[in-house]
Design a protein around this ligand. Structure first.
Ligand SMILES: Cc1cc2nc3c(=O)[nH]c(=O)nc-3n(C[C@H](O)[C@H](O)[C@H](O)COP(=O)(O)OP(=O)(O)OC[C@H]3O[C@@H](n4cnc5c(N)ncnc54)[C@H](O)[C@@H]3O)c2cc1C
Length: 538
């Protein structure tokens, strides 16, 4: 087995960085102001609090009482485990408070019309998958080369089996493999939870609306001015002001790179539906006429939404289609409409300002990566800060790294659209015809079509900073980017060395070590009943 296709390679997705006691934070930084109290603001506050408060550095979060938070963003990657570990918060405390469930991955329904490939699951890969991942990538390559072997990803990953059986990805204690998972959670409750924890730990909070940003003579941010005439100064500012990008974009004029030619979606409409008894630990993403709908299970409800292109359908049409999709045409449940700005700033860290969250950029939520960007941006910044390395060179290296991560992730998301075979609307036809692909993505698709291994491309190019090898095999194999069935030939014995029955058996037997998702969730005691009983209203 090549390490490049093993799950252990993916396990970088779970990383705990702890504050360094002897770190040399530059003495010029004594006070940090975070503008914005959404998820980005409070995740940043928690991470900075762990690193800076023990050194006597003050942190204050400013939040407008008139501009609300975005209030969506309910799915994560496995990285979020690392975040909670790094700030010392147990699942038993935060999950019940945020109505959280476990997530094994995402099902993509109806993105492809190829027989047998109308649905596939993008799993979070685990150590156990090292036993079956080589078989999957081997078969996928053989099938591209015209051999009729099974190459749909679903039968090769434990996460897929768990999701199908509504089992929580928490094995019994004697199970010898760790299993990787992310979470679903209520975005509003998560913000409230983090706010409470950050304030308990010593972060200051001031509700105030900023109407102006004052620059110093050298071009740094000197202070922000509120609508009541208060001037609030700091040595360093973190811009978590959402799509507005008050500091990084509006005040510091950092250019914005628009991804509209790659990713057409720029709007969303969201509404909740009741949850049933069984909860499959997965997000479902269903392709609709002009975009896709998410379905996210929380303990108290489903979060649903339709992400679409406003150039292809109106907000009313999108809401109607979502209601139809959810069976809510006559329901009084109200829908919430949102606009999205898709792209990134060129410099996420510029002068004495770091942009985190929607202010630094956003790739549409298809793979639920935004919190991952928040987490990686703030924790990498803390590493630089603790190394005392805050000069222009450090900023350049940091910004290049974040930009590559954005572009690599964007290319993976673009692949969902480029490989669609629906063709039922202009939207899908234009996506399939879209030639605005990065050179690295074009090369990767050429490599796949030539039947060669993707490992070299992903390891040697920037595209690898987005998704690991197995994810690329899942998306291309899962949507059926193979020769048509009629063109395939029966395998020789050496071309079909793996028996699917053995793989099925292995995963089914492994699944016996997991319990029902609902039962596991019910066994997580809520820390505070009051917190978890808040009624969610759009
Ligand atoms: C449709 C959709 C679905 C999404 N799904 C996912 C998902 O599944 N997974 C995921 O990881 N991410 C998802 N995201 C992204 C996720 O919601 C955000 O990344 C996350 O919530 C962080 O937002 P934020 O804190 O940057 O911005 P916001 O939540 O917009 O917060 C901005 C803050 O800035 C403050 N502010 C603004 N102006 C001022 C001012 N003048 N003065 C003072 N304060 C001000 C506001 O009061 C607010 O507190 C989704 C986004 C959208 C649009």
């Amino acid at each position: 087995m090549t390490t490049a296709t093993s799950a252990t390679l993916f396990n970088y997705s779970f990383e705990v960085s702890r504050p360094k006691a002897h770190a040399q934070v530059p003495p010029s930084i004594r006070r940090v102001v975070i503008v914005g109290g959404g998820t980005a603001g409070w995740m940043s506050a928690m991470t900075l609090a762990a690193a800076l408060l023990p050194k006597g550095i003050e942190i204050e979060v400013l939040e407008s009482p008139v501009v609300g938070i975005i209030g969506v963003g309910e799915g994560s990657t496995p990285w979020l485990r690392g975040f909670f570990d790094s700030v010392g918060i147990e699942e038993a405390e935060w999950m019940p408070a945020c109505h959280a469930t476990y997530k094994c991955g995402i099902t993509f329904d109806q993105w492809s019309t190829k027989p047998g490939f109308e649905s596939y699951f993008h799993p979070f890969a685990s150590m156990l998958d090292n036993l079956t991942m080589t078989q999957f990538t081997y078969n996928a390559r053989a099938r591209v080369n015209g051999v009729d072997v099974h190459a749909h990803p679903n039968r090769f990953f434990i996460a897929s089996t768990l999701a199908d059986l509504c089992l929580a990805p928490k094995p019994e204690p004697n199970f010898p493999f760790d299993v990787w998972y992310g979470y679903h959670f209520d975005a509003v409750l998560l913000g409230q939870f983090l706010q409470k924890k950050a304030i308990e730990r010593g972060v200051k909070y001031r509700p105030c609306h900023i109407k102006h940003v004052q620059l110093a003579e050298n071009g740094d941010i000197a202070s922000v001015l509120t609508d009541t005439g208060e001037t609030i100064a700091a040595d360093f500012f973190v811009d978590c002001s959402g799509f507005a990008g008050l500091l990084i974009q509006q005040a510091l004029k950092t250019p914005f790179v628009d991804f509209a030619s790659n990713l057409f979606n720029d709007a969303a409409v969201a509404m909740p539906t009741p949850i049933g008894d069984d909860i499959s630990p997965r997000t479902v993403s269903t392709a609709l006429k002009n975009g896709w709908a998410w379905k996210i299970p929380l303990t108290e409800r489903y979060g649903n939404g339709y992400v679409y292109s406003s150039a292809h359908c109106s907000a009313d049409e999108a809401e109607h289609e979502l209601r139809e999709h959810l069976g809510l045409l006559d329901s009084p449940i109200s829908a919430r409409h949102l606009k999205m700005k898709v792209g990134r700033v060129t410099k996420h860290w510029h002068r004495n300002c770091l942009a985190v969250g929607l202010s630094q950029g956003f790739i549409e939520p298809l793979e639920a990566t935004a919190l991952l960007f928040i987490q990686r941006t703030i924790s990498a910044f803390v590493d630089y800060l603790e190394a005392g390395d805050v000069g222009e060179r450090a900023q350049g290296t940091f910004n290049q790294w974040v930009n590559e991560f954005f572009e690599g992730t964007r290319d993976y998301i673009v692949t969902h659209y480029k490989t669609n075979s629906r063709g039922d609307t202009d939207y899908w036809r234009e996506n399939a015809r879209n030639v605005n692909l990065s050179e690295q993505l074009q090369q990767l698709l050429r490599t796949w079509m030539s039947g060669k291994s993707l490992v070299g491309d992903i390891q040697s190019r920037k595209i690898g900073s987005g998704y690991p090898v197995f994810s690329w095999y899942c998306i291309l194999g899962g949507t059926g980017i193979f020769p048509d069935a009629a063109q395939l030939r029966a395998p020789t014995a050496s071309e079909a060395p793996y028996k699917m029955a053995q793989i099925d058996n292995l995963l089914q037997r492994a699944a016996l070590n997991f319990r029902k998702h609902r039962d596991v969730l019910a066994g997580i005691p809520p820390k505070s009943r009051e917190d978890s009983l808040q009624i969610y209203l759009w």
